[in-house]
Each structure stands twice: as C-alpha cells, then as structure tokens.
Design a protein. Structure first.
Length: 163
C-alpha cells in the first residue's frame, strides 16, 4: 500500500500539492476574509434582525464552501505524508504536529457549524437574543483560533517541503 501511494505521489505530486495548497487557501483565507472584512462590515447594519439573518447566511455559505476543501486537505495530506517518505525521518514529527493542528481545526470547524445551526434554529423560532448569543463565540473566539492554527499549519507545511 505504501509503495502504491509513494508511486501515486511521484506521478501526481504537482496536482496533489496544488489541491492541498488550494484547500488551505480557501479554508484559511475564507476565515480571514470573513473575520477581517465581512464581520466588521455587518456591524454597520442597524437592524439587528437583518444583521443576524445576513450573518447566518454568510456563515452557512462559508461553512458549505470550505467543507469539500477540508476533505481535499485530509486526502492530499495523507497522500503527501505517505508519499514523501517521512516515516522514520526527523521530519516525521512535523507531520504529526501538522496532523494534530488540522485535527483541532476540523473539530473547531464542526463545533462552529453546530453553533451556527443552533443559532439558525433560535433565529427561526424568534429568539433573536439567543441566536446572537449562540453565534457570538464564532467571530470572537473560534474563527480567530482556526486562523492562527491555519497559519501554524502553513508554516509547518513550508518546513515539510524543505524550506
């Protein structure tokens, strides 16, 4: 199995790395755009119900957008880790650290999706304050954590490429 993956990686390294980096750009870049550009802009909407509705719509779109790229990152990451032959080398530790970072990011993503979906249910039932409270940790804590972890993962990825 390992030899097959190593051969697959050797034959398709450009595409595997391309889709891996693209996945990271979409996921981490999307979170940065939402937190730095979109979220502050939403705060200028005076009607709280409209602001909350737009926030729920935007987070739904972001979460739907990044999900397939999270899967792509997982698959390409496994192929690269096995295909580049890190096992038994000093770089293997970096592989495991990067896997741990992406795992924490994915768990945090899943938790954000659950919180967003709960906020949607509260919003639809007319509980605007409950919906706002349910959403509050996403832009203020959870998204910034994933952005920082994504930057760490980027640095680890560059180190794993030998730079």
């Amino acid at each position: 199995m390992r030899e097959m993956i190593e051969r697959f990686f050797a034959d398709y390294a450009f595409f595997i790395l391309f889709f891996h980096v693209l996945g990271a750009i979409i996921w981490v870049g999307g979170m940065i755009a939402i937190r730095v550009a979109v979220h502050p802009g939403l705060q200028h909407i005076e009607d709280s119900k409209t602001r909350l509705a737009r926030t729920l719509e935007i987070t739904q779109r972001l979460f739907n957008l990044v999900l397939p790229f999270i899967v792509i990152l997982l698959l390409t990451g496994v192929v690269m880790a096995m295909g580049m032959g890190f096992k038994g080398t000093p770089m293997n530790g970096f592989v495991h650290i990067k896997e741990a970072v992406w795992t924490v990011m994915t768990i945090n993503y899943a938790w954000m999706v659950l919180k967003r979906n709960r906020a949607q249910r509260l919003f639809l039932s007319g509980d605007l304050s409950g919906a706002k409270e349910a959403l509050s940790p996403i832009p203020n804590v959870m998204l910034p954590i994933n952005v920082m972890l994504g930057i760490v993962a980027l640095a680890l990825g560059i180190a794993l490429r030998g730079f």
